[in-house]
Design a protein around this ligand. Sequence first.
Ligand SMILES: *[C@@H]1O[C@H](CO)[C@@H](O)[C@H](O)[C@H]1NC(C)=O
Ligand SMILES: *[C@@H]1O[C@H](CO)[C@@H](O)[C@H](O)[C@H]1NC(C)=O
Ligand SMILES: *[C@@H]1O[C@H](CO)[C@@H](O)[C@H](O)[C@H]1NC(C)=O
Ligand SMILES: *[C@@H]1O[C@H](CO)[C@@H](O)[C@H](O)[C@H]1NC(C)=O
Ligand SMILES: *[C@@H]1O[C@H](CO)[C@@H](O)[C@H](O)[C@H]1NC(C)=O
Ligand SMILES: *[C@@H]1O[C@H](CO)[C@@H](O)[C@H](O)[C@H]1NC(C)=O
Ligand SMILES: *[C@@H]1O[C@H](CO)[C@@H](O)[C@H](O)[C@H]1NC(C)=O
Ligand SMILES: *[C@@H]1O[C@H](CO)[C@@H](O)[C@H](O)[C@H]1NC(C)=O
Ligand SMILES: CC(=O)N[C@H]1CO[C@H](CO)[C@@H](O)[C@@H]1O
Length: 833
Amino acid sequence: MEDSSKTSTFCHQNQNLCFLLLHCLFFFIQYLAAPVTGDTLVTPFRPIENITIDCGSSTDTQSLDLRPWTGDAKGRFTPVEQQHDKNKSSVIETATQLLPAADMVPYSTARLSYSQFTYSIPLVAGPKFIRLHFNPTSYPGFEDPSVKAFFSVKAGPFTLLRNFSALLHAQGKLTLVKEFCVNINESQMLNLTFTPNPDIPDSYAFVNGIEVVSMPTNLYYTPFSDEGRIPFLGQKSLYSIENNTALETMYRLNVGGSEISPREDSGMFRAWLNDEDYLTIAKQNALPANESTDLTFSVIPSFSAPRKVYVTARSMGTNNTVNENFYLTWEFDVDSGFVYFVRLHFCEFQNEITRVGDRVFEIFIANLTADTQADVIIWSGGNGIPVYRDYVVAIGAKGNQKQQRLSIALHPAPAWRTLYSDAILNGLEIFKLSNGFDLTRPSLDLIGPNVDPIRHSRKKRPIIVTVVAPISVFLAVSLLLFAIFRIRSNKFANSSIPIPPSDICCRFSLRDIKTATNNFDKNFIIGRGGFGDVYKGIINASSTPVAIKRLNPGSQQGVLEFRTEIELLSKLRHQNLVSLLGYCEDKKEMILVYDYMVHGTLRDHLYNTNNPPLQWEHRLKMCIGAAHGLHYLHRGPNHTIIHRDVKTTNILLSEKWVAKVSDFGLSKTNDLSSTHISTAVKGSFGYLDPEYYRLQKLTEKSDVYSFGVVLCEVLCARAPIDRDAEDHKQISLAEWVQHCYNNGSLDQIIDPYLKDKINLPSVLKFGEVAVSCLASEGLKRPAMSEVVYGLEVALQLQGNQVNGNDENHTDDSSVIDYNVLYASGSGSINVGR
Ligand SMILES: *[C@@H]1O[C@H](CO)[C@@H](O)[C@H](O)[C@H]1NC(C)=O
Ligand SMILES: *[C@@H]1O[C@H](CO)[C@@H](O)[C@H](O)[C@H]1NC(C)=O
Ligand SMILES: *[C@@H]1O[C@H](CO)[C@@H](O)[C@H](O)[C@H]1NC(C)=O
Ligand SMILES: *[C@@H]1O[C@H](CO)[C@@H](O)[C@H](O)[C@H]1NC(C)=O
Ligand SMILES: *[C@@H]1O[C@H](CO)[C@@H](O)[C@H](O)[C@H]1NC(C)=O
Ligand SMILES: *[C@@H]1O[C@H](CO)[C@@H](O)[C@H](O)[C@H]1NC(C)=O
Ligand SMILES: *[C@@H]1O[C@H](CO)[C@@H](O)[C@H](O)[C@H]1NC(C)=O
Ligand SMILES: *[C@@H]1O[C@H](CO)[C@@H](O)[C@H](O)[C@H]1NC(C)=O
Ligand SMILES: CC(=O)N[C@H]1CO[C@H](CO)[C@@H](O)[C@@H]1O
């Protein structure tokens, strides 16, 4: 028998090849027919085969959705029985149970048998959906289905079901559909065999309806040319779904939207359910469907999922503060010992989300990290463009549990990466993949004693994180601070503020301040900060201008920071720190008086400015000066102070172009008397240390990171975040500099003004210091003393040509005060190696 069948297959090979080619052509045309331009032109997939068999029916019927079904008792699809025992013969019965009208076809009739029966269905080559429809009820003449209706189903060589009980699987529902995907190698009869469980006496098999629908060749199967393209989570490898794999559909959901009936699918009669039952917490936001969204299928074929999937979605909602700590999570029961194929469908259709970086989130599947920077706009290329992402994950066994929960969790990316702290999902599909030809036997590799079920990498984070300001506020603060110390007025008042005796911080009366600022005249404002306005005033006797910072009244946060700043600054004296001259605390007013910094902020001389560009040597000296200032803060004789808001707008330039670190409003002392360091994440967009953000643990290495960003700005003369960058890699300056440094292309991104004016070794040294500051682990970043040393090496490599012979810029910051530098006897110097 076997020999003859092989021979006949062989004889037909040429004919089959022809068939294959024809169908390849057919699919090709179908792909072409799927438009890639506008939503209005979308046509659903037209399957060449859409076979529907109404089992147990002697007539052709039609379901309520107008699909025609072929009765199997008439001949064409009549199954063949293995042994025809009169008493155990297959019978056709009308189900006694009352079914809803919509379910009458094909569920009102059934084919049942105590012996094996086989449907032979002629098919052309290619992947197919096979759907089996069951109405698990009692049928006259057949014993209790809960004990006897156990059977297996094979499709060709694939075992789809074994010891299967439709009644148990239906879990109380009236009907049940099992969907599989198999690939037909060559045009052949597909044998679909139902076998009662031989271990159970008088067991029987039954089926109410069978569907076979052809599907696009590479809808789920990996194209022949692609050697593995799906990330295999937890395995550091890629996976391909090959023709010899059978798939069982476990879940197919229209996330955030309503159920989609087979009729409404994109031509393949797939059913999409709502996701609500699978959410771990019911509160999540379903985004309102925007039915008028124009979808553009430029990345994936338009039949990938019906339109409804992409114009509805679920997100976390608008409360950023809550989202930071939240995982938007679905959970699904799956069988242990199998590999699962997960497809996530995305489409940004909200008007707000149009640009790279708008909504970036993390994806975890089965507790494994699937993506840390999911950005639908990057994947799709824009708003209204659907896209899907595939992942494969193995679910091992935990103990002897036959089933486990596969979770899909979304979490917003850290605030320095994403504008909205949110995540989105439009649809999802989960398939079980066969082990060899078997979808029912767990793989020993996955449940064997040696295999620890693949462990999750997602750390459970205690929910004690307080994020003080959402990203938009960071942005706003950045922008506002940008303006500090910018001179807006040339009118100065005569002031009666007395000169503070020596450099000891003194207390001014409110009247003094009012006189100096002409009663807080708006024309005297030179900047606006997060805590209030900054005025310029003149101390009469010396005609030395001062900067007067008036805190917004009524801000509790501000009062604390005000006192912190007085306490800190009055104790600190260093040539690279802005000196506090005095303060005023009167009624509700809180005012600080500083040295006025004539040349404004460092940023004022780097970009977005009319000031002439700074020479490289000057930039180096300013960086060295600021680094000294920070080093003094970190390693002062009696204190450790973490600045927490290091940025180019907080580095001011004195009349003699000495860089001075300013704005200690966000600082925290870590001296012996303080018992804890606040864990509230503070800082500015673009400068925030990702490790600090992640671990909420504040160390001076967070300042080192921010200073690394400052160095990048100085080198490239651009903002830390450029949301208009053409390439998304360039949005974050820190990431871009690291990327270019590692590629050896650092010289190509430096400030064009500097080109040809600097020595490459100096730039490379500078880049090395900057990149070392940006190390993702704080421990690997240098101390500020090492940064100072590294920058001095860079200055030497440049030849230090400035000394003495520059009219405009006389700079004393290159003079290193080693007593200050090594005051705390801090560690070794590695940066300069
Ligand atoms: C067939 O069924 C009849 C009655 O239902 C019974 O009398 C007879 O013994 C059965 N025959 C076999 C071979 O089981
Ligand atoms: C898988 O099957 C399809 C259709 O039968 C065929 O076009 C494709 O080449 C096959 N791929 C592989 C890897 O055999
Ligand atoms: C078949 O499944 C039932 C219910 O899950 C189980 O009790 C029984 O042991 C299984 N039988 C075999 C032979 O696997
Ligand atoms: C398809 O063909 C491959 C190789 O040609 C073979 O290994 C595999 O068993 C075939 N699959 C089916 C379902 O016939
Ligand atoms: C399918 O089943 C028929 C009848 O049961 C048998 O003759 C044929 O050889 C089978 N074909 C395959 C590919 O198993
Ligand atoms: C829905 O989408 C259309 C087209 O993209 C857009 O013009 C409209 O503003 C959207 N409506 C809402 C409520 O987002
Ligand atoms: C966000 O949630 C927090 C905590 O539940 C709540 O205090 C705050 O009012 C919410 N904000 C908005 C805008 O709903
Ligand atoms: C994932 O983690 C949760 C909670 O720690 C656990 O209950 C679940 O079993 C894990 N899932 C898998 C697939 O390991
Ligand atoms: C979507 C599709 O192609 N449906 C076809 C399925 O087959 C019946 C005939 O059996 C056609 O009438 C449908 O148009």
